[in-house]
Design a protein around this ligand. Structure first.
Ligand SMILES: [Cu+2]
Length: 159
């Protein structure tokens, strides 16, 4: 609207030449810029998609073993003990040299699938020397996975 008024003003001002040469192109630019700006604002104000991240170690880290400290981070959901079935809650799992668990599947319990059902947010594990993958998997109060979107995988080297 602003530009239409400006274009009108140009015509009224008697600058017929200018109005004929470029009345439309700048008006379109103005509109596109205005829309792009408001879309950016919408994204900035949007609710974050929940996610988990390794606070420690970082992806690609070379760490001294065999004891490796792991710190879990979660955004957009809350850590709760096993048995808690409130919406938006769950507990961390650490999967060593495996991968994420499909949404709705129960996270196995074995030497490579560790549960942190007391709501722990860090642990220390023992890893043999070499390259390993670590996967965090968030799951609900009955250990049912929230799926790949609530997982994170890093690769580290233990020396
Ligand atoms: Cu569990």
């Amino acid at each position: 609207m602003k530009f239409q008024i400006l274009a009108l003003a140009l015509i009224v001002a008697g600058s017929v030449n200018a109005a004929e040469k470029s009345p439309k192109v700048p008006a379109v630019t103005e509109t596109v810029n205005g829309k792009a700006g408001s879309v950016t604002d919408d994204i900035a104000g949007a609710v974050k998609v929940p996610s988990v991240t390794f606070i420690e170690p970082k992806d690609g880290a070379v760490v001294t073993g065999p004891n490796v400290k792991v710190v879990f981070g979660v955004e957009g959901m809350k850590v709760a003990k096993v048995g808690t079935m409130d919406a938006g809650t769950g507990h961390h799992h650490l999967i060593i040299d495996g991968g994420p668990i499909k949404r709705g599947e129960v996270v196995p319990t074995d030497a490579n699938h560790l549960h942190f059902g007391q709501g722990q947010t860090e642990t220390t594990i023992q890893l043999p020397k070499g390259k390993h993958s670590l996967t965090m998997q968030f799951a609900d109060g009955t250990h049912k996975s929230y799926g790949e979107m609530m997982s994170s995988t890093i690769h580290i080297t233990v020396k």
